[in-house]
Design a binder for this molecule. Structure first.
Ligand code: ZN
Length: 174
């Protein structure tokens, strides 16, 4: 997910944008956390922090695998960095909260999306240890947004057909 800070540009850290079919694919389960997977995670963190963003999913840097990175501090606080392999939501409440969202893959678009205010999610860290996260508020929103990416879903899919068609036209012009 996009952060509100100004964007810096580094061509080596290219982010896949709307229209590329990889963003619509269901990403593959990771069977082994190999050195390659660790390298991809490292690149994701660097890309996320440089953008700057507060969350990124592997398909956004052209790897269709189930891996997400989240950092609400956008690189300010090491403890805030979350790396999750094969994440899945185990519970989420029906208490939906609306807030504005953006996405590094849908540049220039910010729209209100309703999502669960609390969720529990489970996955693995890069050392293959199970990791359970109880998230609320913005963290729950970002995790849910990034998990959607692994299932080929984008935040604009939550909008009304009318709003979505206006946005699609806007994105095509770019
Ligand atoms: Zn996104």
């Amino acid at each position: 997910m996009r952060s509100n800070e100004e964007k810096t540009s580094d061509p080596s850290l290219e982010i896949i944008t709307y229209g590329n079919p990889i963003l619509r694919k269901r990403a593959a389960e990771i069977k082994n956390i190999t050195q390659d997977i660790k390298e991809i995670a490292k690149k994701m963190i660097h890309t996320m922090h440089t953008a700057p963003g507060i969350g990124l999913a592997a398909p956004q840097i052209n790897h269709s695998i189930r891996l997400i990175t989240v950092d609400l501090s956008a690189g300010e606080n090491k403890e805030d960095l979350i790396i999750l392999v094969n994440p899945r939501i185990i519970t989420q409440d029906g208490n939906h909260e609306e807030a504005e969202e953006g996405c590094l893959s849908v540049p220039g678009i910010n729209e209100k999306v309703a999502r669960s205010s609390h969720l529990q999610c489970v996955g693995y860290d890069l050392n293959e240890n199970e990791k359970k996260i109880h998230a609320e508020g913005l963290l729950a929103r970002v995790i849910s947004h990034e998990l959607d990416h692994l299932n080929g879903k984008l935040f604009i899919d939550y909008l009304s057909p009318l709003k979505k068609s206006i946005i699609k036209k806007k994105l095509k012009k770019k």
